[in-house]
Design a protein. Structure first.
Ligand SMILES: Nc1ncnc2c1ncn2[C@@H]1O[C@H](COP(=O)(O)OP(=O)(O)OP(=O)(O)O)[C@@H](O)[C@H]1O
Ligand SMILES: O=P(O)(O)O[C@@H]1O[C@H]([C@H](O)CO)[C@@H](O)[C@H](O)[C@@H]1O
Length: 173
């Protein structure tokens, strides 16, 4: 009697995870920028432990344009933000890889400064987005992106989550 077909996975070649190709240096982003579909949406952050609030806002941000670029703070930059002496818990390569694995994210890059101002100036996105914890009118990034006719929006929180709260809950157990 003939049973169902048997897949011989052992003969399949192992290839690197395809999402790694979404991670580009700032210089590679600048070189590729002219060929990117518009509007280009840009956001940035530490994204130390990815949570539901992050993935929802990233998906919504992506829907505002033709592609979404996410810039993560390098570890040195993240440490200077003062989120805690042992933060970030996840290194920049891991934070970038998790973001790159999301369907909503087209490109992941990084910046080493305290703010993404310089990178935004080099990439000239059409729209910058942050979560609803930011007042966009108060950010220097907003004035910059508006200087070439772009805009800035904050997406209201749908899910009350934060990396800091998660870390506190884990440590309290
Ligand atoms: N619950 C949430 N819903 C929607 N967006 C969020 C949420 N939390 C953070 N964001 C947004 O995600 C981006 C990265 O934020 P961040 O890495 O500071 O997350 P966080 O969870 O607040 O971390 P931390 O507690 O370490 O400050 C920012 O643009 C921020 O506005
Ligand atoms: O993850 P966070 O703390 O939301 O990310 C920070 O966002 C800042 C924001 O763009 C206001 O300037 C930025 O300056 C900082 O470097 C972190 O990316």
């Amino acid at each position: 009697m003939q049973g169902p077909p048997v897949w011989r996975f052992a003969s399949f070649p192992i290839v690197p995870a395809s999402f790694e190709a979404k991670i580009l240096s700032p210089e590679a982003c600048v070189a590729a920028r002219a060929g990117w579909p518009r509007p280009v949406v840009f956001t940035n952050g530490v994204f130390d432990i990815l949570h539901r609030g992050h993935v929802s806002y990233l998906d919504e941000a992506a829907q505002l344009g033709a592609m979404l670029v996410v810039a993560v703070n390098t570890d040195a930059s993240a440490r200077r933000l003062g989120k805690g002496p042992d933060r970030p818990l996840n290194g920049q390569d891991d934070r970038a890889a998790l973001l790159a694995s999301l369907a909503s994210v087209d490109v992941v890059t990084w910046f080493d400064e305290d703010t993404p101002l310089e990178l935004i100036g080099r990439l000239r996105p059409d729209l910058i987005v942050k979560g609803g914890d930011y007042d966009m009118d108060k950010l220097a990034e907003t004035a910059l992106v508006r200087s070439w006719g772009g805009d800035a929006v904050a997406i209201d929180f749908e899910h009350d989550r934060s990396t800091t709260t998660l870390v506190q809950r884990i440590r309290a157990r």
